[in-house]
Design a protein around this ligand. Structure first.
Ligand code: NAD
Ligand code: UFG
Length: 342
C-alpha cells in the first residue's frame, strides 16, 4: 500500500486554508489542521469533510505554542507544512502592530523552530503582493522590491520572507516555497465554503456582496482620480480555487527543489473597481449601488502580477475568469448570508 503524505496546514479553517485543505484531501494527502479559530469557524472543516468524504485531523491551538507544536510533530509523521495562520487586516495592523509581529512574524519563527527540531524541512508560506511596496512596475515579477511595505501587516510578511532566506542559507535541508498572492476572491463552486469576514469587511468583494445582499446601503469606492483608465484602483483578482491549486503545485515542486523559491500567484490581468462592480452585476443580475469617496490611505493605483515564473516552474496558471469569481462569490453569499454563523 502506498503511504499517503501528511501535510500540516496551519490556519486551515480559514478562507484560503479551507479551500486548500479540500484540494489536498482530494489529491490524496492526509491533512492535519492547526488553527486557533480566531478568525474562522470549525464548520468550514466540517463542510470540507462532507464534500470530500474524508476528514482532516484538527488541532485547536496556536502556532506560537511551542509545546503544542512539539507534541504535534512527535505524534504525527508530518512531511510538509503549509503555513496560512496569521492576521491579515491592514488597518488593524496599524492600530495593533504588536499582534501582527507576534502572530505573523514570531509565530512563523516558533513554527520553524519546531519543524527544525522535528526534522521537517518542507514549508510553504503565505506571503502577499503587499511585500512589493509602493511603486513597483506592473506586471510585477518576483525580482521587484520597490520599497518597504507601508503598514505593519506588510512589514510582518516581508520580515518573514527575510527570515526564511536566512534559515535556508543556514542549512540546505530546507525546501521553502514563498507564495505571493495577489487578490484572492470567490468561493468553491458548491457555495459550501467561502470567505467569512468578522464585522464590516475591509476587502472589495465581501463588501460588494454584502451591499448586493442589502446588508449595507452602498459600496464606497475609494477614489476615482487614480492614473488608471477609469480612475479607480486596478488589481489582479484570483479565484481562491486557482490559488488552492497553486499550493498543490508548489508542494509537488518542493519535492525536487531546495532553498527559498518565490512564486507570484496571480492571473496577470488587472481589473478596476468599476469593472469589478459591472462584472458582478452582469454575472448575477443584481444592482450594486456605489458612491465615489476619497482615496483610502495606503492604497496604490495599480497592482497585477507577472505570473510567468509559476507557469514555468510549477506548470500552474489561473484558469477561472472574473465572471466565475463573481458568480461563486454570490452563490456563497446568498447560501450563507451570515457566513458560518446562523
Ligand atoms: P483567514 O483569516 O481566513 O485565515 C487565517 C487563519 O489563521 C484563520 O483560520 C485564523 O483563525 C488562523 N490563525 C490566526 N492566527 C493564528 C495563530 N496564531 N495560531 C493559529 N491559527 C491562527 O485568512 P486568509 O484570507 O485565509 O489568509 C491566509 C493567509 O494568506 C494569511 O497568512 C494571510 O496573511 C495571507 N494572505 C491573504 C490574502 C487575502 O487577501 N485573503 C492576501 C495575501 C496573503
Ligand atoms: N476598494 C473600494 N471599496 C472598498 C474596498 C476596496 O473601492 O470598500 C478598492 C480599493 O481601494 C482597491 C481595490 O478595491 O483599489 C481592492 O481593495 P481590497 O481591500 O480588496 O484589496 P487590496 O488590494 O487593498 O489588498 C489585498 C489584501 C492585502 C494584500 C493585497 C495584495 O487585503 O492583505 O491584497 O495581496 F496584501
Amino acid at each position: 500500500m502506498i503511504e499517503r503524505k501528511v501535510v500540516l496546514i496551519t490556519g486551515g479553517a480559514g478562507y484560503i486554508g479551507s479551500h486548500t485543505t479540500l484540494v489536498l484531501l482530494r489529491a490524496g494527502y492526509k491533512v492535519l489542521v492547526l488553527d486557533n479559530l480566531s478568525n474562522s469557524s470549525y464548520l468550514s472543516l466540517k463542510r470540507v469533510s462532507k464534500m470530500t468524504g474524508t476528514a482532516p485531523s484538527f488541532v485547536h491551538g496556536d502556532v506560537r505554542d511551542r509545546r503544542l507544536l512539539d507534541n504535534l510533530f512527535r505524534l504525527n509523521k508530518v512531511d510538509s507544512v503549509i503555513h496560512f495562520a496569521g492576521l491579515k487586516a491592514v488597518g488593524e495592523s496599524v492600530n495593533d502592530p504588536l499582534s501582527y509581529y507576534s502572530n505573523n512574524t514570531a509565530g512563523t519563527v516558533t513554527l520553524c523552530q519546531a519543524m527544525a527540531a522535528a526534522g521537517v524541512c518542507s514549508l510553504i508560506f503565505s506571503s502577499s503582493a503587499t511585500v512589493y511596496g509602493n511603486g513597483a512596475t506592473v506586471p510585477i515579477n518576483e525580482e521587484q522590491m520597490a520599497d518597504y511595505p507601508t503598514n505593519p501587516y506588510g512589514r510582518s510578511k516581508r520580515m518573514i520572507e527575510q527570515i526564511l532566506f536566512d534559515l535556508a542559507r543556514s542549512n540546505d535541508k530546507w525546501s521553502i516555497g514563498v507564495l505571493r498572492y495577489f487578490n484572492p476572491v470567490g468561493a468553491h463552486e458548491s457555495g459550501l465554503i467561502g470567505e467569512d469576514p468578522l464585522g464590516v469587511p475591509n476587502n472589495l468583494l465581501p463588501y460588494l456582496a454584502q451591499v448586493a445582499l442589502g446588508k449595507m446601503p452602498e459600496l464606497p469606492i475609494f477614489g476615482d482620480d487614480y492614473e488608471t483608465h477609469d480612475g479607480t484602483g486596478v488589481r489582479d483578482y484570483i479565484h481562491v480555487m486557482d490559488l488552492a491549486e497553486g499550493h498543490l503545485s508548489a508542494l509537488t515542486a518542493l519535492e525536487t527543489r531546495s532553498g527559498v523559491n518565490i512564486w507570484n500567484l496571480g492571473t496577470g490581468k488587472g481589473y478596476s473597481v468599476l469593472e469589478v462592480v459591472q462584472a458582478f452585476e452582469a454575472a448575477n443580475g443584481c444592482n450594486v449601488p456605489y458612491r465615489i469617496v476619497g482615496r483610502r490611505p495606503g492604497d496604490i493605483a495599480v497592482c497585477y502580477a507577472d505570473p510567468s515564473k509559476a507557469a514555468r516552474e510549477l506548470g500552474w496558471h489561473a484558469k477561472l475568469d472574473l465572471t466565475t469569481m463573481m458568480r461563486d462569490t454570490w452563490r456563497w453569499q446568498t447560501l450563507n448570508p451570515n457566513g458560518y454563523r446562523d
